[in-house]
Structures are given as structure tokens and as C-alpha cells.
Design a protein around this ligand. Structure first.
Ligand SMILES: NC(=O)c1ccc[n+]([C@@H]2O[C@H](COP(=O)([O-])OP(=O)(O)OC[C@H]3O[C@@H](n4cnc5c(N)ncnc54)[C@H](OP(=O)(O)O)[C@@H]3O)[C@@H](O)[C@H]2O)c1
Length: 437
């Protein structure tokens, strides 16, 4: 079938948003030929088909075969790289497993697959002397994974902080810019295609948890069990929280954080946070993503860019393909920097053991002695208050108290909050948000 025996043949599992971008990015590639493309619906109209058919024999290669039999791709003896842009875990995991057993290198954009089954698949890849490349699985077009693995490999990493989900960042940016509620901005994001019809993975923080788990595993050389990543989404965030953050000199973002503690444990979590406006990440707006890493040699470094979209994501997938093609063409062994060498699982710090500053918004009765009562409860739990403001007297004779604490252990603040919720002057603890110092 091939017109050029020197080209590395690849098979594509999926030709949707990312897959069709990859096809465009690889058109007329000097060293790569797409041999087969796997899809679900063979009758769907696809823009790339006519473009590929335009590649007349002699002009490079024959048009690739579109198939709905994905086993045909993972077992084709001529195909050396399988590009998985199908998504999800079923039938993806099984297909990728088969492809590895058939000695094919893998390029994937699938964070669910890597964060859930990474350890098993990396071990299998090692056994079969093939590589799994997954640059596009975290932050689409931002080259963070290979940067951590190779360019920054001489560093010992202190922390990673990321705005890893474009949908939630878009919603939070729109709420701030247009003074709108969470629900209105979510609907708008769905209308524009930034959010899925079922947005739960994004707004619950699950998508960000997959991504920070992948990054932490690379940076700290240990495997992370995804279920151990503390995850809190943005469902409870109100416009009031966002505006108060701005007033106090912060910006509210959904972040993934990971750091290695002196006791060897990994502090890894996803939650909304106030971040200082002087932090570069506060300027990551709309559907963009950003990742800040701190290495002992390089210091702080922030990468910002498009975390999704057909061509930005294809940029990362095609870069991974090029990396493998260079290796295959020169008959090199897999570069150890790109092969997973981890053997153990990380010990994860529980959220109650972490130390943070906190923003609290509390609705109380509007009467003398309330602030004193709150101060006593916080004092009893070693929570030291940085600033406290009684914002206004509401029409219903209640007061809105907002406060920022100094650094305190999470378990202490939670104890204080439990007691505050039971105080007779307190109507409601409306929100508690961690503050990144
Ligand atoms: N979209 C982004 O911006 C983005 C960014 C970063 C990472 N990713 C990741 O990239 C992967 C692909 O995302 P996407 O947005 O490109 O998805 P998509 O647009 O839904 O495309 C999925 C493709 O896989 C095919 N497919 C799905 N299930 C199949 C099955 N059982 N058998 C055969 N074909 C099947 C579909 O076939 P049909 O075309 O026939 O339906 C489609 O071509 C996901 O893991 C995603 O998390 C996406």
C-alpha cells in the first residue's frame, strides 16, 4: 500500500477534534505516513477525507484507510506507532494494551487513561521495549510533560501549580469580567463548546486531578494513585467570592497543586484558590491553561497557552510522533528520559495535614459581640486572623463577615469551622476558600 518504504507508518485511533488536527498537522510529512484511521461512524462527513484523497499516488502516499475495526490498526504489522485520540477508558485501554503487546509505540492525548492505568501500561511498554508518549494529555498545546522529563530533568522540583482546565478557567474569567453567576457562565461555556453537555468532570475538578497527578508523578519520580488526590471543584463559587478576592488583591482560580514535603510525602490537591495578582498564573485568562514549576536550578518558570482545541493539541501529538520517528529512523533504543522508570507509589499527604491560609465568608446576626465570639472560637483552635471585615448590614438584620487567616493546619481550621457553624450568632458559613501565599 505504501508508496514510500522509508516513511514510518502510523495508525490513528480516532479522528475527532484532536485526530482531525493530527491528520492536518501530518499532511505532507517527510517521514510519516498515516496508514489507517479508526473511527466509529464510517458514514460521518469528514473534512480531511477529500484533502487526503488529494494525495495522489506518486505525490507522497496512498490515502489512508478509514476503518471501524480498530483491532485492524493495533495488529497491523506495518504500523509502528499507534496514535490514540479516541478518549475514555473503554475500549481504549484494551486497544492500547494490545498495541503495546504487538510492539507498537503509543502516542496518546488521553489523561484519563494515563492517570488511571499509567503504571500498568508503562510496565507493559517497558517489557515490550516500546514507548508511550503523552504530551497532549496535560494542557493540550503546552509542552509541559517533555519539558519536565527532558529539558528540566537536571532540576529537583519543589512545587507545581497549574490552571489545568480551560472550561473552569473560562467560567471563572467570564464571571469576573461580566459580573455573572456561575450557572449563567456555565451555560454560555456549553453554548460555545468550551464545556461538555455533561460538564461534571471539569467543574468537579476531576479533569484537573488527572492532570496534576500526571505532572506530579513525572516531577517527583513516583506513581500517584488518582483516588488519593484531594479534589474540590468550583460548583460552590459565587460571584461574591470572585469580587471579594479582587478587592483583597487576589484572583480566584481552580488550581492543581503538588509539592514534595520534607517528610517525603507528596502534597497534591485540586481546589479553588485565591492567588495573588502578582503571581503570573493570575493572568491566565479565558480557556487558557498555565503551569508554574519551581526547580532548584531554574527557579520559577511559567508556561501559558492553549490547553485544548484541535490544532494546539495536535501540535503536542505531532511533536510526540516526531520524537518517536527520530528514534525509529535512527534505530535508537528508547531514550531513558522518556521511559517511565518509577517503581513505587508516592505517600500522599492527607488534606487535613496540609497548611494553608484561608478566606472565609460568614453570615451572622447583626449585633454586638459577634466578632468577639468568632475571634474566641478561632483563637481556641490556634487560627490566627490576618484581616477581618464586617462588610455590610443586610436587609434581614444579618451581617456579612469576611476574613483571611494566617497559615494554619487544615484540621485546625476545620475544627474551628465546625464550632462556628454551631454558634448561635452564626447563620451560615457561606464559603471557605484556600489562599495560595
Ligand atoms: N478536544 C480537545 O481539545 C482535547 C485536548 C486535549 C486532550 N484531548 C483528549 O484527546 C482525546 C480525544 O478527544 P477529542 O476531543 O478528539 O474526542 P472526539 O472529538 O470525541 O473524537 C473521538 C474520536 O474517536 C472515535 N471513537 C470514539 N469511540 C470509538 C469507538 N468505540 N470505536 C471507534 N471509534 C471511536 C470517534 O469516531 P467518530 O468520529 O466516528 O465519532 C472520533 O473520531 C481524549 O482523550 C481527550 O481527553 C482532547
Amino acid at each position: 500500500m505504501s508508496k514510500d518504504k522509508n516513511k514510518v507508518k502510523i495508525g490513528l485511533l480516532g479522528a475527532g477534534t484532536v485526530g482531525s488536527g493530527v491528520i492536518k498537522a501530518l499532511q505532507n510529512h517527510a517521514f510519516v505516513e498515516i496508514k489507517k484511521i479508526g473511527v466509529k461512524d464510517l458514514n460521518k462527513k469528514r473534512e480531511f477525507v477529500s484533502a487526503l484523497n488529494g494525495n495522489k499516488p506518486g505525490a507522497g502516499h496512498s490515502p489512508p484507510l478509514l476503518t471501524s475495526n480498530l483491532n485492524e490498526i493495533v495488529s497491523d504489522p506495518e504500523i509502528e506507532i499507534v496514535v490514540e485520540v479516541l478518549g475514555g477508558l473503554i475500549p481504549t485501554k484494551e486497544l492500547v494494551t494490545l498495541a503495546i503487546k504487538n510492539k507498537k509505540h503509543i502516542v496518546t492525548a488521553n489523561k484519563d487513561l494515563i492517570a488511571t492505568y499509567g503504571p500498568e501500561l508503562f510496565d507493559l511498554a517497558k517489557e515490550n521495549n516500546v514507548q508511550i508518549q503523552f504530551e497532549a494529555s496535560v494542557c493540550g498545546g503546552i509542552p509541559i510533560i517533555n519539558t519536565l522529563k527532558q529539558t528540566l530533568s537536571a532540576n529537583s522540583f519543589k512545587k507545581i501549580i497549574g490552571i489545568l482546565n480551560g472550561t473552569t478557567n473560562y467560567i471563572l474569567t467570564e464571571m469576573l469580567n461580566k459580573n455573572l453567576s456561575f450557572d449563567v457562565c456555565l451555560k454560555e461555556a456549553q453554548k460555545l463548546g468550551y464545556a461538555e453537555p455533561d460538564p461534571i468532570n471539569d467543574i468537579s475538578g476531576k479533569d484537573s486531578a488527572y492532570k496534576i497527578a500526571i505532572l506530579a508523578s513525572i516531577a517527583f519520580h513516583e506513581r500517584i494513585k488518582i483516588d488519593e488526590v484531594y479534589t474540590e471543584g468550583i460548583q460552590k463559587i459565587t460571584l461574591e467570592d470572585i469580587l471579594l478576592a479582587e478587592e483583597l488583591g487576589y484572583r480566584l482560580k481552580l488550581i492543581g497543586v503538588a509539592g514534595k514535603e520534607s517528610d517525603g510525602k507528596i502534597d497534591i490537591r485540586v481546589h479553588p484558590a485565591f492567588i495573588k495578582k502578582t503571581n503570573t498564573l493570575s493572568s491566565v485568562l479565558g480557556a487558557n491553561n498555565g503551569v508554574l514549576v519551581e526547580g532548584d536550578l531554574v527557579g520559577e518558570l511559567t508556561l501559558i497557552g492553549k490547553g485544548a482545541g484541535s490544532m494546539p493539541t495536535a501540535s503536542s501529538v505531532a511533536g510526540d510522533i516526531n520524537l518517536l520517528v527520530a528514534q525509529i529512523s535512527s534505530s535508537q533504543k528508547p531514550n531513558p528520559q522518556f521511559v517511565c522508570q518509577h517503581t513505587s507509589f508516592a505517600k500522599i499527604k492527607s488534606i487535613s495535614e496540609t497548611t494553608n491560609c484561608y478566606f472565609l465568608r460568614i453570615k451572622t446576626e447583626d449585633k454586638a459581640g459577634v466578632v468577639g465570639q468568632l475571634g474566641t472560637i478561632f483563637g481556641n483552635h490556634d487560627v490566627s486572623i490576618n484581616t477581618l471585615t464586617q462588610r455590610c448590614t443586610n436587609l434581614d438584620n444579618t451581617a456579612s463577615i469576611t476574613m483571611l487567616t494566617h497559615l494554619v493546619k487544615e484540621e485546625k481550621i476545620q475544627e474551628a469551622i465546625t464550632e462556628i457553624k454551631n454558634a448561635n450568632v452564626v447563620k451560615q458559613v457561606e464559603n471557605v476558600i484556600r489562599v495560595l501565599e
